[in-house]
Design a protein around this ligand. Structure first.
Ligand code: ZN
Ligand code: ZN
Length: 312
């Protein structure tokens, strides 16, 4: 027990120092300044080349989403995630130790070239995320948490990191064992993390980009806008376009759906008029609202929406 309390203490102390360092000492390997730089960069693109020309530069929920961005990228780690995950990893290793297992590494890839390790980690992590994202839409309890992300009404770069902190725990838990089996955690790969942040920002941006033929591999603003539309086709009642960084999985498993560009499609979910508007209410909502819910996914099915052929 003492060991765990020490881990909790060290986690807070360590992460606090890390965050202070990140903020006050800019460098090339620094998440804080990369996040800020990418955000300003994508925002400038939105200002100079907007897709929805009438959307305000400070769109609806701009500041709320900006706060979510900082909270989910840094503050949640400081407040809870770092301590919880360090304790969980230690407890999990202790549990394995009971059975004489010292580590989970099953496939040794240390001898692979560096780019091969990056690629494997990236593909595996993204495929797990795609599956978790599908579950967030399918399992009613998980959908309650995921509603925060789908309560965006006007898309802009910062909507990328508007999500309930529980999603961090769900995604990271699902990724932990498979990644430990090939011998690393996501933290090891700075470049992958920055790349996925950039693509995620662009996916939510007010920009008309599809990356040409690369659209079959990379998720993009047009494809992801359809993930957020309020009215879904009746045969896809849980959702479409679940891709996070890669669109590949949606094309492989036939969950892709881009009937037309959809620039002005209404976004959200049925019943979102009743969804809370402030940060604190939104993150506590799934816990206080349990049991009296009305707006689960199947309600969003449209019986009238025609399916128009893809033209992009
Ligand atoms: Zn979703
Ligand atoms: Zn999204």
């Amino acid at each position: 027990m003492e060991k765990y309390i020490k881990i909790i203490g060290d986690s807070y102390y360590g992460y606090f120092n890390y965050l202070v360092n990140e903020m006050f000492y800019p460098s090339w390997k620094n998440y804080f300044w990369w996040l800020l730089g990418l955000s300003v960069g994508v925002w400038l693109l939105e200002i100079f080349f907007p897709w929805r020309k009438k959307q305000a530069i400070f769109r609806k929920d701009f500041w709320l989403d900006g706060f979510y961005m900082f909270f989910n990228y840094f503050l949640f780690s400081l407040i809870a995630y770092n301590a919880i995950s360090n304790v969980a990893v230690e407890a999990f290793n202790d549990f394995l130790g009971i059975f004489g297992i010292e580590n989970l590494v099953a496939i040794h890839i240390e001898s692979w070239p560096r780019w091969g390790q990056f690629l494997l980690l990236f593909l595996l992590a993204d495929f797990i995320q795609w599956n978790v994202h599908r579950l967030l839409h399918r399992v009613p309890i998980l959908w309650e948490f995921h509603k925060v992300h789908h309560s965006v009404e006007e898309m802009g770069f910062a909507a990328h990191l508007r999500f309930h902190w529980m999603e961090t725990i769900i995604y990271k838990s699902a990724q932990y064992i498979p990644l430990a089996m090939i011998g690393f955690g996501l933290e090891d790969f700075f470049i992958v993390h920055i790349f996925t942040t950039a693509i995620g920002h662009l996916n939510h941006a007010n920009l008309r980009i599809t990356y040409g033929p690369l659209k079959y591999i990379l998720n993009n603003p047009i494809m992801h806008l359809w993930h957020h539309v309020k009215v879904l086709p009746k045969d896809r009642k849980y959702g479409v376009n679940y891709g996070i960084t890669l669109s590949l999985w949606d094309y492989l498993f036939r969950t892709d759906y881009i009937p037309h560009e959809g620039r002005d499609e209404p976004l959200g979910f049925n019943g979102m008029e009743k969804f809370p508007k402030t940060f604190w209410q939104q993150v506590t909502y799934p816990f206080v609202k349990r049991g009296e819910d009305t707006s689960i996914r199947p309600d969003r099915v449209s019986l009238t929406k025609p399916v128009i052929k893809t033209k992009s």
